[in-house]
Design a protein around this ligand. Structure first.
Ligand code: NAI
Length: 332
């Protein structure tokens, strides 16, 4: 029997992993706490650890995993910025991920956030429940004809661009490696980053977090954005310098900000803190702006995505245990 410890486990993880084909050949241990240097010892005797976006798999943690005999780190997400790949290689631990479980889930959530924020649906919902049927303060704008800047035209960014095209938006894009055939087909124009910043009414980020993209939205970048523009981030919190973002909001330079991810989300997002004081002053401040909408890293959370995450992860665990290579494109 293969043994696997799954960290940061939520009820929906258990449900989908228990149900995945072949899962009966794996003895799962579900831990609600996250994996990190402090908790690595809990994996002793396990063949596999299965981690998510806020597990902290640094060198010390990996050394602890290797000591306990772990042979595989299976990320049940696409981003892998939280795993020290070099250390894993040095300690002889394989790393796999789920590169594309449902790019639609994330792209659709990004658009959902924008529509909610722009049309004040979250505020209207609360008002009407209080029998306040006034429309004051709920004025939004049409999406048709607006210019949307997509930064990162990988799997998710391309779908987001196509949805915006469906709304009748002009879509401009920026990527290190432009996909010109796709752009020509979809009527999307690639442009430089400064031109995208200056011309977009809405900017949506679909970039991985890397040393190059860390704080790529900082003071000077935000200042180059159009006055009143909207910024959407469903990628990774650390793409945006929160202090600079708060200043751009306070001066009224940004029209609206929708975030599914936050720079310091580790230890806060995915948990119920309703009975405690939040100690993060910048998050507390962000939550006070009427033109800021935050969700708790839930863009991936659809039935389709959860099913695919469990399927690919389980199949990879079984394949590696049988001495085969992981599914194409999933090895790191
Ligand atoms: P992808 O790898 O298909 O696309 C990323 C694109 O960014 C590529 O086209 C790449 O060339 C481009 N890129 C990388 N560095 C760049 C740079 N410095 N400047 C310009 N372009 C650059 O990734 P995918 O699947 O579209 O995912 C994007 C990100 O979305 C992931 O890295 C992950 O962080 C995030 N994500 C968030 C989820 C959520 O629940 N909120 C769920 C899944 C992914």
């Amino acid at each position: 029997m293969i043994t696997a410890a799954l960290y940061d486990a939520k009820p929906y993880d258990r449900e989908y992993f228990d149900r995945a084909l072949g899962s009966e050949r794996i003895a799962w241990q579900f831990h609600e706490f996250r994996l990190g240097a402090q908790t690595a010892a809990t994996a002793a005797g396990m063949h596999v650890v299965c981690v998510f976006v806020n597990d902290h798999v640094d060198r010390t943690c990996i050394a602890g995993l290797a000591k306990g005999g772990v042979k595989l780190i299976a990320l049940r997400c696409a981003g892998f910025n939280n795993v020290d790949l070099k250390a894993a290689q040095e300690f002889g631990i394989a790393v796999v991920r789920v590169p594309a479980y449902s790019p639609h889930a994330v792209a659709e959530h990004a658009i959902g956030l924008l529509l909610t924020l722009n049309r004040h649906i979250h505020r209207a919902y609360n008002r009407v429940r209080e029998h306040n049927f006034s429309l004051n303060g709920l004025v939004g704008f049409d999406l048709v004809g607006k210019t949307v800047g997509i930064i990162g035209t990988g799997k998710i960014g391309r779908i987001a661009a196509q949805i915006f095209r469906g709304f009748g938006c002009r879509v401009i894009a920026h990527d290190l490696i432009p996909n010109t055939d796709w752009a020509a087909q979809q009527g999307v124009e690639y442009t430089s980053l400064p031109a995208l910043l200056q011309n977009s009414d809405i900017i949506s980020l679909h970039l991985p977090l890397t040393p190059e993209t860390f704080h790529c939205f900082r003071r000077d970048t935000l200042q180059q954005m159009k006055h009143g523009a909207y910024l959407i981030n469903t990628s990774r919190g650390k793409l945006i310098d929160t202090t600079a973002l708060l200043d751009a909001l306070k001066t009224g330079h940004l029209g609206g900000v929708a975030l599914d991810v936050y720079e310091e989300e580790e230890g806060v997002f995915f948990e119920d803190h309703s009975e405690h004081l939040l100690q993060d002053d910048e998050l507390n401040l962000l939550l006070t702006f009427p033109n800021v909408l935050i969700t708790s890293h839930q863009a991936f959370l659809t039935r389709e995505a959860l099913g695919e995450i469990a399927r690919v992860t389980t199949e990879n665990i079984l394949r590696l245990d049988a001495g085969h290579s992981p599914l194409d494109g999933t090895a790191l």
